[in-house]
Each structure stands twice: as C-alpha cells, then as structure tokens.
Design a protein around this ligand. Structure first.
Ligand code: DAH
Length: 344
C-alpha cells in the first residue's frame, strides 16, 4: 500500500529546508518525479480502488503545486531583499536653491572683503536717532515723514526718539564709528531696509549695502577708485562709472553714481534710436559722497583729524543691471513665484 501521509510529510520537510525550489519541483512534479511515479503505479492498483487512488494522487499533486508556488514567491522576495545593488544610480530628490538676492549679496560681500572691508549687518528695527539725527537730517526732513518711513508704535526715548524700520543702511554708519572708536574704518553693511513703496522699481522690503571708509587724508579719488573696482568686478571690465553732483544731508559733497549701459555701450543710441534701457548711455546706481563732519562728530570721530566717504547701493538694482539679467520689474524678486526662483 502507498502511504500518502508519509509522502506528504516528506514533502513538508523538504520544502521547509529547500533553498532551490526548481530542484524540489523536479523531485516531486518532474517527469520521473514522485507524482508521476504514483500515477504510473495505478496499473498495480486493484480496479475498485483505482478511482480513490487517482483522486488522492491528484489532491496531493494540487497541494504540492500550490505550496511550491507559495515557496517560490517567498524565496524570490527574500532574494530581492538580500540583494542590493550599490552601483545603481540613486533616486534624486528635488533640491531647493538660495534666493538670487542671497547669491548677489555673497558676491558683493566677497568683492569688498578682498580689499579689506569688514562685513557687518546693523539693526533693521532702529532708533530714529541713528536713522536720521546722527546722519545730519533735521526733524522736518521729508524722509522722516510717515509717507516715507515705517514707524513702530512704541514709547519714545528721550535721546533716541521713536523706533522705525530702518529706511536705509546709512543708519549703520554711526553705529560702526562707535563700535570701532578709532579709525581706520572700512565697513560694508549689508542689511534689509523698509519704505512704504510698491511699484516696478520699489518694494517695501529691500536690501542695501553701505560702504564706509574713514581714515587720515581720505578723499574723493579713493571713493571713485573703490566704486570703480566694485563695478568692474561685478559688472565687467568694460563698464565705466561717473559721479554726478547731487544732495544728501549726510555727505558733502554728494554724488549719484552712474554706470555705463551695457546695451548701447554707453552711447545712449542703438541703431540711431535712443537706447530703451538707459535713454542716455548711463544707468543710475547709488548715492555717495564725503562723510559730513557732523556725521563724524555723531560717531565720536574728530573731523579735523579724519575724513571719510560713504556710499549706499541696492543689490537688487545691481543684480537687475547685470548684462545677462532681463528683469524689468523688481517685484518679481519677492513675490515668491517658484517658476522664476527655480531658475537660479
Ligand atoms: N541712504 C541713501 C538712500 O537710501 C543712499 C546713500 C546716499 C548712502 C549717499 C550713502 C551716501 O552712504 O553717502 O537713498
């Protein structure tokens, strides 16, 4: 008599131990395998038992087939778990990038650090005194109107006045003089500034970088040389600057700095027509001048011994004037449009 139970037990043992499912499959289901042998033996089975014998063999075959398929899947799963190909390229996740103005500020800071300027960052929330008074701006100066400056609702200080959101980085001049105490001073103050304006050339929050140089015998040639150095390094060797007389309370004499236009090569004309970008061959860049003696005094520096110059630029404007940039509205820098920002 055939002992089906014994065969099934043997199979259960084999399948538990096997790591090679194909071998097991051949052993039980192959042409000369256990099941086929059982089928061949049907000849020897007495007629009346043939039917139930055949049924038992079929049941055993179905069960073995099913268990082999389960085991095959199990082993395949284990294989892929164990096998890990380190050489396959990894999945790349979307990366963010720095804001274009952050890159611009880093570039500007590097240019000035190379010639010994110390990078500082003075308060964005500032006393009126440092923002105006110390810069020789009288109480009735139009910039001190609340159309031009954000005032913070906070009790007034007897000496320093109200609190404002700093409208320019010039507020850092007096703070730097007080910090260093004795010249030489070479400061590059890069910080956020605030003014209530919103149009294609103005945003209420923007950056400025303020240069301040104070030492013995500092004059306009040093100022012009430094701005020229910056412009050539930032915009390119073929760009020129010019100083145009202007008025600021905190400098005397005062100038506006223009840089030659890249589009028309500084001619103001393109194909015999007025250049659309600059209209005159020059683009306005910054305010500058020789530090007013009253400002030096406010910083505790003797104007009879020392002189200095200062300038204030907008990094946004500088970036927009780079030759490869085609940005005609400053607001795009700060409205958070990812389609614009992801290009940097
Ligand atoms: N503070 C001025 C502004 O925001 C810019 C400026 C002009 C800065 C002349 C200076 C300067 O240091 O000397 O418009």
């Amino acid at each position: 008599m055939i002992n089906f139970e014994e065969i099934k037990n043997q199979f259960d043992k084999d399948i538990k131990e096997t790591k090679e499912i194909e071998k097991l499959e051949i052993k039980y289901l192959g042409r000369n395998g256990v099941i086929n042998d059982l089928l061949k033996k049907i000849k020897e089975i007495p007629q009346e038992q043939k039917k139930s014998y055949g049924q038992k063999v079929n049941e055993l075959k179905t069960s073995i087939k099913r268990l082999i398929e389960v085991k095959r899947k199990e082993l395949a799963g284990k294989k892929s778990e164990v096998f890990f190909d380190k050489t396959l390229p990894g999945k790349s996740y979307p990366k963010g990038s720095l804001h274009p103005i952050t890159y611009t500020i880093e570039e500007i800071a590097n240019i000035f650090q190379k010639i010994g300027f110390v990078r500082v960052s003075y308060p964005e929330v500032e006393w009126e005194y440092f923002a105006f008074e110390a810069l020789n701006m009288p109480k009735d100066h139009p910039a001190r109107d609340d159309f031009e400056t954000f005032f913070i609702n906070y009790p007034k200080d007897k000496k320093y006045g109200k609190i404002v959101l700093s409208p320019h980085t010039s507020s850092g001049q007096t703070r730097e003089m007080k910090r260093v105490k004795e010249p030489p001073i070479r400061m590059i103050n890069i910080a956020k500034c605030y003014r209530p304006n919103w149009d294609i050339t103005h945003v209420p929050m923007f950056f400025q970088f303020e240069g301040l140089c104070v030492d013995h015998n500092i004059n306009i040639t040093h100022l012009k040389g430094t701005i020229n150095y910056f412009v050539k390094n930032f915009f390119g060797k073929d760009r020129e600057i010019r100083l145009r007389p202007c008025h600021f309370q905190f400098t005397e004499p005062s100038f506006e700095v223009d840089v030659s236009c890249k589009v028309c090569g500084g001619k103001g004309l393109l194909n015999n027509k007025k250049c659309k970008v600059c209209k005159s061959g020059w683009l306005e860049l910054a305010g500058t001048g020789m530090v007013h003696p009253n400002v030096l005094k406010a910083g505790g520096i003797d104007p009879n011994q020392y002189s200095g110059w200062a300038f204030g630029f907008g990094p946004e404007r500088c970036m927009m004037m780079k030759e490869e940039m085609k940005i005609d509205d400053i607001r795009i820098l700060y409205n958070g449009d990812i389609r614009f920002l992801e290009q940097f």
